[in-house]
Design a binder for this molecule. Sequence first.
Ligand code: APR
Length: 306
Amino acid sequence: MPRAYSRPSTDIAEFQKLLKHSDRVLALCGAGLSAASGLPTFRGAGGLWRNHSATSLATPEAFKDDPALVWLFYAWRRHMALKAKPNAGHYALAELAKHNKNFMCLTQNVDGLSPRAGHSPDMLRMLHGNLFDVKCFDKQCGYIEPNNLRDPLCPALAPASEDYPADKTMPLLDPKQPTPKIKREDLPQCPDCKRSGKTSLLRPGVVWFGEALPDGMLEEVDVWVAKERAIDVMLVIGTAAAVYPAAGYADAARKRGARIAVINPDRSARAGLTSRDFHFEADAAEVLPKLFEGIIGKLEIPDQGK
Ligand code: APR
């Protein structure tokens, strides 16, 4: 017999009621949360950077092969993230964290917009690191500059920090234009290695494919998930849930009793959901404030200046 297809609910009022009676809430956020802030996602439209898929530049091997190209890509992402402002989705999540001390938010985003929206660091885990941490490529060295907001990071990376009017293509993003030539010695260098007579490059403090998540973070999240009390709700916000271990948290939460709420304009993101679950086929920035309204009230976004 064919299995009856049980659709997830799309009823905002029903979800609000569920959240109101929920205690332990887990969220997994992805690039779609920052889409309304103007930052491109990885796998959808805009997933290409010059002729490269964004994911092909995110490996230690790509950095070893062509550190200048990989640095230009990350220098551009740093610049874009610095120019962007947190949106209503980031603020709504930060408010929920203030109202519910049992709300744990895992984000795969490295853009820093959740911390800038005031999301308490105690209740936010940046699974894939942070664009603004700059660290030595040599793992043995351990040198790190946390929250380095310099833009451009060094003179050679200035082409990634230029601003162009919306109707003009930035030369760096135009694959028909040659990639700026940058000598290895003009890329950011590790000062600690230099002092001990070695030369090592600095690299962005993000987690690349094939690398482990920040020390102790997985264990900490596992402990939170496995706590005695069940998880009531798992929010899956703006992520294709294609990268592990992050992608495994929805199943882990379901096993701990959670009902899943997917917030994603892509209909295919509802795959695997049942009638116990929810799918809000919408922009996270628009729908999150509504979903949390019963807890956080009407969201007020602070003046973010120009
Ligand atoms: N609101 C909510 N979701 C959105 C929006 C929006 N406004 N716009 C797009 N989305 C959805 C897309 O439909 C897609 O499912 O966001 C998702 C983005 O998916 P990806 O681009 O794959 O990004 P993400 O899931 O965060 O990628 C995970 O992959 O490359 C690595 O380390 C990188 O952290 C990243 C990880």
